[in-house]
Design a protein. Structure first.
Length: 145
């Protein structure tokens, strides 16, 4: 059997159609989540976050974010008054929005806070945003539990 030019074109079109339909099927099986539910609202507040980050770079104190035994530790050093710190800690898990968490920043006497995330393992972005003496501060760090 000899294939003519028309047959070859038909085979290419059918192969392309099968490829496109299979790609459509596989893409519909994937879980497509937005980065966050209120993405556009948070994007508009980005400039305030950027200013708070610059304030943190110039601050006379430091914030350390670390992990141990599947617990996230936020440690402040050099604070003059731990009771003047008001803020929140955000645990953002890029691959599962259901495991995102928001915690009120509550420092103990040793100027630290411990959080055990709901998720068991994986990559998190930990953001600490707080106010002290009328200034806003922000720092973040990517961690792996």
């Amino acid at each position: 059997m000899k294939l003519h030019f028309g047959h070859k074109i038909a085979i290419v079109y059918v192969a392309f159609m099968i490829f496109m339909l299979s790609m459509l099927y596989f893409s519909m099986q994937m879980d497509h989540e937005l980065v966050t539910d209120e993405y556009y609202t948070k994007e508009l507040a980005f400039q305030g976050k950027k200013d708070a980050w610059h304030n943190m770079q110039a601050a006379s104190f430091s914030v350390d974010i670390r992990t141990a035994d599947k617990v996230v530790y936020i440690e402040f050093s050099g604070l003059s008054d731990i009771y003047a710190v008001v803020g929140e800690v955000t645990l953002y898990k890029p691959d599962n929005a259901d495991l995102d968490e928001l915690h009120e920043l509550k420092l103990d006497a040793s100027e630290s806070m411990a959080i055990a995330p709901r998720g068991e393992h994986g990559r998190y972005k930990v953001g600490v945003r707080f106010s002290m003496d009328g200034e806003d501060y922000y720092t973040e760090k990517e961690i792996v539990l």
